[in-house]
Ligand binder design. Structure first.
Ligand SMILES: [Zn+2]
Length: 294
């Protein structure tokens, strides 16, 4: 009897121990399954936000944008001229190719977006948002080297730019050919006016100014098949007649070379720009983009 009872007690103990092991296994398996499920769900959430794809969400984009009504800091409109390694070209407005590339690379590295002329117009006068760090790259005169030297760099860095062309100067020697201007326009570079004959507008009568402005607008529009909406005044010179003639000739924006950002408090025919010469270092470009000092 005693033997049998002892046997029964032993088998009870065995049963309890097996049960404990079974419960332990079930618990461990359960925890593993639950943890895996959590990881899958976590991945799903990450994926649905597109962060896993390296894309930012809409709310991120919006926080990086600004309208002129929210902040009228304005947009730096950089003004370049000739981009050339020609040793005979010894003017401060001639920038060697490598240096120009460093300047544009600095613009990119500092996180700036290059705007088209239409985007600048919409920001200034239609309260459309632009990225907080925005800049316009512009060139005056329409030199041949804008096509041969600047264009490949703009393409490589995927940047927008505007070239203010003197419409009667398209000789293919010092300046671009009409075909080159057309090719740039077709690519997406904005072709705008720098008058018909590069005369200092402030020395002309109203009628003469109007003719300089209108003739260049008409001939450039005929060449590129797109509206020409902006003008840069030769040597930045203008007077009260210029302001009227620009509007009468059908332009919506006029650019000076008065140093400052283009903001909505400027008259639309007196927009500031910042001329960049060969003395600028990439660190100077940063200063100019962020607070204008050099
Ligand atoms: Zn000029």
């Amino acid at each position: 009897m005693r033997k049998r009872r002892r046997k029964k007690r032993r088998s009870n103990k065995k049963f309890i121990r097996i049960s404990q092991i079974m419960i332990g296994i079930i618990l461990v398996v359960g925890i593993i399954i639950a943890f895996n499920q959590y990881r899958i769900n976590k991945d799903k959430i990450v994926y649905s936000n597109d962060v896993a794809n390296g894309q930012s969400s809409d709310s991120d984009n919006k926080s990086n944008e600004v309208t002129a009504a929210e902040d009228n800091k304005g947009v730096p409109v950089l003004c370049f001229h000739s981009i050339s390694d020609d040793p005979k070209a010894k003017s401060s407005i001639v920038i060697p190719k490598d240096k120009f590339k460093q300047d544009l690379q600095a613009v990119k590295d500092y996180g700036y977006t290059t705007l088209t002329i239409a985007q600048l117009n919409d920001y200034l006068f239609n309260n459309k948002p632009i990225p907080k760090k925005s800049v316009v790259i512009s060139f005056d005169d329409g030199y041949k080297d804008n096509y041969t030297n600047a264009f490949p760099i703009l393409k490589e860095l995927n940047m927008n730019a505007t070239i203010f062309v003197i419409s009667s100067y398209l000789d293919g020697q010092v300046y671009m050919t009409p075909d080159e201007v057309k090719e740039l326009s077709n690519y997406g570079i904005d072709i705008e006016s720098h008058t018909f004959d590069h005369k200092q507008l402030s020395t002309l009568s109203y009628d003469e100014q109007y003719k300089e402005l209108k003739d260049s607008k008409d001939s450039l529009e005929k060449l590129i098949g797109k509206p020409v909406t902006a003008i840069a005044y030769p040597e930045g010179k203008y007077n009260d007649d210029t302001k009227k003639a620009v509007v009468e000739a059908g332009y919506s924006m006029g650019f000076t070379i008065e140093r400052g950002y283009a903001d909505k408090d400027d008259s639309r025919v007196l927009l500031n720009r910042i001329c960049i010469d060969y003395t600028y270092k990439p660190s100077d470009i940063k200063k100019v983009l962020e607070n204008l000092r050099k």
